[in-house]
Design a protein around this ligand. Structure first.
Ligand code: CP
Ligand code: NVA
Length: 305
C-alpha cells in the first residue's frame, strides 16, 4: 500500500519530486496545447474548500480537474457546515470518504494540517495565512521555462513577508537558491513561521534597491493579504517605499524577470510600467498554475506514471 501524500507546504516535496512534477507539467501542458485528450483522472473527484476569495486558484483547479477527466466540487464556508462550527476533523472524515482529493484555501495552516491528519485522501494547500505552495510551484516552473534551472540563482522579494514570501524561502531551501528579502523593519521574516530549517537561504536588506541588485528574478505581492484587511491603513504607510519600480528592475540582472502572484495593485506594490513591461511574465505565471496543478493532481493521485 502506498503512503498518503499531502502538499501542505512546499517542503513536503523533495527537489526530486519537484523535478518530476515539472517533467510531467511540460508533457501535460504540451498535450493540452495540441488539444490532445488526456483523462487519467476519470471518475475521480476533487473537493475544493474555499474560506477566502479566489479567481486563479479556483479556476485552475476546477478547469484542470475537468481537463484530466475528473470532476471538481466547490464548497465555501457559507454553504457548508464548516462555517457553522462543524469540527474540521469530522468534516475531513466525511468528505474524504466521498471525494478522492481535497484542496483547501483557508486562514490558519493548522486547519489544513488538522484536515489532512483526519483525511483518507491527499490534501493540497490552496493558500493559508502562512503558505501558498501551489503558487510557488507555478512560479518556479515559469522561471524554468524562461531561464532554466533556478539552482544557484538569486530571487529578490520586495514587500511583505507573507505566505508567498514564506513559500519562496522554503523553495530556496529545497532547490538551493538564494532569496534577497527587503521588508519594512516591522514586517521582517519570521523563520519559524516560514517553516525554515535554517536561515542560509535568505539575506535581509533594509533597502529594496540593494535587494534587487543583480537579482535574476524580482517578485512582490500585495501589501495587505486576505485576512489582514484591518491593518490596511497602517500597511499602506509602512510599505510606501516598497513599490517595485523601473529603478529596481534596472539594478537587477539585465535579463531579470518580474513576477507577481496576482491580483496586483498598480501604484502600490508595483508600478504599471513594471508589471505591464517587457520583463514581466505574470500572465505566463498565472497560466502555469493550471499546468503545474494538473501535474500535481496526477502525482498525488497516481504517483509516478
Ligand atoms: N494567485 C492566486 O492564488 O490568485 P487567486 O487568489 O485569484 O486564487
Ligand atoms: N498574499 C496574498 C496572496 C493572494 C493570492 C494573500 O494571501 O491574500
Amino acid at each position: 500500500m502506498t503512503t498518503l501524500k499531502h502538499f501542505l507546504q512546499l517542503k513536503d516535496f523533495s527537489a526530486d519530486e519537484i523535478a518530476y512534477v515539472f517533467e510531467r507539467t511540460k508533457i501535460i501542458k504540451d498535450r493540452f496545447k495540441r488539444y490532445e485528450r488526456y483523462h487519467p483522472l476519470s471518475d475521480r473527484t476533487l473537493l475544493m474548500i474555499f474560506e477566502k476569495a479566489s479567481t486563479r486558484t479556483r479556476l485552475s483547479f476546477e478547469a484542470g480537474m475537468q481537463q484530466l477527466g475528473g470532476a471538481a466540487i466547490y464548497l465555501n464556508t457559507r454553504d457548508s457546515q464548516l462555517g457553522r462550527g462543524e469540527p474540521v476533523g469530522d468534516a475531513a472524515q466525511v468528505m474524504s470518504r466521498m471525494c478522492d482529493i481535497v484542496m483547501i484555501r483557508t486562514f490558519e495552516q493548522s486547519m489544513v494540517e488538522n484536515f489532512a491528519a483526519n483525511s483518507r485522501v491527499p490534501v493540497i494547500n490552496g493558500l493559508t495565512n502562512e503558505y501558498h505552495p501551489c503558487q510557488i510551484l507555478a512560479d518556479i516552473y515559469t522561471f524554468f521555462e524562461q531561464r532554466g534551472s533556478i539552482k544557484g540563482r538569486t530571487v529578490a522579494w520586495i514587500g511583505d513577508s507573507n505566505n508567498v514570501c514564506n513559500t519562496w524561502l522554503q523553495a530556496a531551501e529545497v532547490l538551493d537558491f538564494t532569496v534577497h528579502v527587503s521588508t519594512p523593519p516591522e514586517y521582517r521574516v519570521e523563520p519559524e513561521r516560514a517553516g525554515l530549517y535554517g536561515t542560509d537561504c535568505f539575506e535581509e536588506f533594509d533597502d529594496p534597491m540593494q535587494a534587487c541588485k543583480g537579482a535574476d528574478l524580482v517578485t512582490t505581492d500585495v501589501w495587505t493579504s486576505m485576512g489582514f484587511e484591518a491593518e490596511n491603513a497602517e500597511r499602506r504607510e509602512a510599505f510606501a517605499d516598497w513599490c517595485v519600480d523601473a529603478d529596481m528592475m534596472r539594478v537587477a540582472a539585465p535579463d531579470a524577470l518580474f513576477m507577481h502572484c496576482l491580483p496586483a495593485h498598480r501604484g502600490e506594490e508595483v508600478t504599471a510600467e513594471v508589471i505591464d513591461g517587457p520583463q514581466s511574465v505574470v500572465w505566463d505565471e498565472a497560466e502555469n498554475r493550471l499546468h503545474v496543478q494538473k501535474a500535481l493532481l496526477e502525482y498525488l493521485l497516481l504517483g509516478r506514471v
